[in-house]
Write a protein that binds this ligand. Structure first.
Ligand SMILES: Cc1ncc(COP(=O)(O)O)c(C=O)c1O
Length: 389
């Protein structure tokens, strides 16, 4: 059982706001903010490089905490500034030839898809989009049919930004392994709310942000890279941290996933993200998942009961993201009205979901995203306020 009142005591904003924008940026618990402030003060007192040296064990903790969270080895984790950059670094580390194919789904995150479009132009790569089935998940039969001997990568977004349906990451992993294709999972919206076990998922890369369901700081992210794949991968950028300059003409990559990192970084953020992962690990991902699912279920049911509201998720297995429209109120207007009452939600724009919201004609949608520290009473107040349009 989660001690919700203790958890909320460690999240001061819960007293003043109803925060249903956890898919945008969640609220950090006190231990995370304290660790960041402590390190910034150390930098103020000692100097940045000297503070990093003094906090070496806290920086190292980041790799262990993330590895525990994902069930992988600490040497398979890289620290990056956000999820998009982590995803890009993974994509561009694969050697691709003109005519190679990359498969993705219609729920792929906007920036990832833009990255694919850019790569397609640069290298004459074919992008194949596999549509979702009737419950909003990538169609697995069509996925199998789409694979050719030129398919090099399957890129899948686990939970989309604009729709809370959970994709069958594990089954896709089995297919990728069967055909020996690289598999890149964008877990930006699932990490911190769903138990991600790399050994079960079977992906080669997995990326995420600190600030969302992990409740870490802004400007932080990470990339998991499978150890056995490292020798085949050449990150697009290199610096003195990622590689060693052996002689004037040659360099050698680091042996671990840190070859995907930058030397210069937001050290306080890295320490804070390690603490956020520790915090999630100590609460337990199964307990978090059960509570988020129960809250999302209540939210969906209450919203569906309001006249004029349509909820867009199609599967039974709920993440914390619930998207909806109120027929009489524009999405942006509703977001503003709620914000004026200290309720935070966001709007997912069709311009950022061209293969989904724009195709289906749904248009912009409101996105309420709950986390384990939210309460049933908050949901009820939220739904009442929505209904007062
Ligand atoms: C599914 C998904 N992937 C990737 C991202 C990008 O994350 P970041 O802003 O950390 O690059 C987002 C951000 O909302 C997202 O929802």
């Amino acid at each position: 059982m989660l001690d919700i009142s203790q958890i909320r005591n460690e999240c001061p904003a819960c007293e003043n706001i109803i925060h249903f924008n956890n898919a945008g940026c969640s609220l950090s618990p006190l231990p995370v903010t304290d660790a960041i402030i402590e390190h910034l003060k150390l930098e103020q007192q000692l100097g940045g490089y000297e503070a990093a040296e003094a906090a070496a064990d806290k920086i190292e903790n980041f790799y262990h905490a993330l590895a525990t969270l994902l069930n992988c080895d600490p040497t398979e984790i890289a620290y990056l500034e956000n999820s998009t950059r982590a995803w890009d670094m993974a994509l561009h580390s694969i050697e691709l030839q003109a005519g190679d194919q990359i498969i993705t789904g219609d729920m792929e995150y906007v920036s990832n898809y833009l990255g694919l479009l850019r790569l397609a132009k640069l290298k004459q790569i074919e992008i194949k989009v596999v549509p979702s089935d009737s419950i909003g998940q990538i169609d697995l039969d069509l996925l199998r049919k789409a694979i050719t001997d030129r398919t090099r990568l399957i890129a899948l977004t686990h939970v989309a930004s604009q729709r809370g349906d959970i994709q069958p990451a594990q089954t896709v992993g089995k297919i990728a392994r069967e055909y020996e294709i690289f598999y890149l999972l964008d877990a930006c919206q699932s990490v911190g709310q769903i138990n991600l076990d790399i050994a079960e998922i079977g992906c080669d890369f997995l990326c995420g942000s600190g600030r969302k369901y992990l409740r870490g700081p802004r400007g932080t992210g990470f990339l998991y890279v499978r150890k056995s794949r490292l020798q085949q991968l050449n990150p697009i950028f290199v610096d003195l941290h990622a590689a060693c300059w052996n002689d004037p003409e040659h360099y050698q990559w680091r042996a671990d996933a840190k070859r995907f990192e930058n030397w210069e970084r937001y050290v306080a953020g890295q320490i804070g993200l390690g603490v956020a992962a520790d915090y999630a690990n100590s609460i337990g991902l199964d307990a978090i998942r059960a509570r988020v699912e129960a809250l999302a279920n209540r939210l969906q049911q209450r919203l569906r009961a309001i006249h004029g509201i349509s909820v867009h998720e199609r599967s039974d297995e709920l993440s914390g993201i619930v998207t909806f429209n109120q027929q009489d109120e524009d999405a942006i207007r509703l977001r503003r009205r709620l914000h004026a009452k200290n309720i935070n939600i966001s709007v997912a724009k069709q311009a950022n979901a061209r293969l989904d919201l724009a195709q289906s004609g749904v248009g912009d949608v409101n996105r309420a995203s709950v986390h384990y520290f939210n309460t049933e009473a908050e949901i009820d107040r939220f739904v009442q306020t929505v209904a007062q349009s």
